[in-house]
Design a protein around this ligand. Sequence first.
Ligand SMILES: [Zn+2]
Length: 660
Amino acid sequence: MRVTEEIKNRLDIVDVVSEHVALRKSGRNYAGFCPFHPNTRTPSFYVFPETQTWHCFGACAEGGDVFSFLMKKEGWDFREALEHLAKRAGVSLEETKPMEQAKQAKVTRQERLLAAAADYFHQLFLHAPQAEYARRYVLERGLQEETIAAFGLGYALDSWDACRTHFNAQGYDDDELLAAGLLTVNEERGTKYDRFRNRLMIPIRDVNGRVVGFGARTLDKDGVPKYLNSPQTDLFNKSHLLFGLDMAKRHIREARQAVIVEGYMDVIQAWQAGFRNVVAQMGTALTHEQLQLLKRYTKQFVLALDADAAGFKATMRSLEVARESLDREVNIRFDARGLLRQEGRLQADIRVVTLPVGYDPDKLIREDVTAWPKLLAKAQPVVAYVIDVVTCNLDLNDGKAKTAAARRVIPLIRDVLDPVERDHYWQMLARALHVDERALRQIRVEDGGRKRPSSSEVPVRSVAVGVGKRRNGDGETAVINGGIIATHKREANYLSQCLRHPQLLTSVNQRLTQNSQPPVREADFTTAEDKALFRHLSQISHASPFATIEDLCDSLDNVLQERVQTLLTFPPTPDSELERLADELAKSVLDWRLEKTRRLLNEVKQLFDEAKEMNDIEAIETYKEQLRRLPLIVFSINRARDAMSAVSRRKADDSANNLL
Ligand SMILES: [Zn+2]
């Protein structure tokens, strides 16, 4: 993963900006007075949490990401902003070694293969006649088109080699298919065959929306196992993943609560019903790594687990892990005997809710949508839940059993942050066990929960190079995000081609200016690193027309160098095609400008409606002006785009005629 991507993942632009600008919530976004131009009456500065970007609709008419905000605000260059934010996010900026680069190239290829596989299964699901039963199964589950698309549900053909043949033809060899978990090998005979056959395919994505593996449900009536997962691979480690987190993270942050369920279908069904702060643990109990991921977004967790004994055991195991993993507020104090004691209280609110017998969230929500929020409202604080469970079948005449029960609960009570609440639980436990509270307080318990040294710092992890492919898949924003991904791809492709052939910088600009469009500028790029890269590239090719990529790299810091390496994985174009390529790129620049302007227009429309609602005369005027100006820009880009297409067609006709 790219360092900048990792940093953006860990930080929220709203937090960073609000340290410099007083922001107020305005619809889905945040508004404030622009710090970059005199702006005191109507806030013209907006922060968009969904895209993690900002924009000034006033005099600046400019925007960017969290990096470009700080660069502008503090007058920093890219490196300074990077160092500041990396430190803040707890991301290390160590240089990657050549060995790691080779490994990274392999991982990048595996990522592409898995993304292509998800698409292959999805297309089969939508169109293959053989997928009829799969489609009916999903329909019976009540899943709608939008949901199927958002989760990219797929179908694997009932065949031993369909997937293998398909991807062999795409240039992936068997070893790569094995490494990605798409093939499996018969150890005795040494034969290889498709791992997933006649199954409903559920792509499993990491927190950034990258496909890393699959959960596959059998469609045979007695098929075993019911769910078959991808094997552990370089990318797929189920104890490090939470299903649905890529789509849920924003909602978890907004709801200040994460609901943890057991199954894929539970997450999908909840999402469809509008409950979007739900993720699934990928095994029987939560892991340390999963909690590390989750606690970036919230400190309140609700475990919604099955009612059976296995469910209880898993819950207890998850609680143990939570107590080991989550942050503690550590107090040093003297105890009654004058000895120094270190006490840590858990910095998290964990609640538990048990599903009615015979139900999972999927079934519950399908039968009655309103049952879900009602159920969550009944979530018990974890201590109360455990007291209930360990005492409900207890023989109150059995002293040893009582002590054993007390020992399970006491560490949890000692973890409670609030002293009044803590006292409440001591009393509750005493009542449940029919013993004296003072006796309980004297029980000494070896506490496994405090073995792991804990700190409130985010763990420092170094991050290697990867292909930048930020995705935030989510129904209501899927269309917008689709556009953003396409735009990022176009920007990246432009940079990648200009890196290989710097003369394109000039030839693309010529085509733009010939059609009355401004040349490519820094402001055309979305991310701060691409802006910085573009500036370096323009400067160096202007200063020395024969500069090579190596010359350029020498002048860049390592993060931008890594970006260059990633960009160079885009397929090259032969020199003989440069004229055609310049035509293509000029059109591509217009396409991404068009997409951005349209997106801006949408935002302004919403802001305009809000201003009207609040009867904010000055704001109404500002946005009216924008609503007049932006469509003119769209019109002018479209006209230039049409003119360019006409020229390309003429050129194509000419060359065809020349061949005759
Ligand atoms: Zn401004």
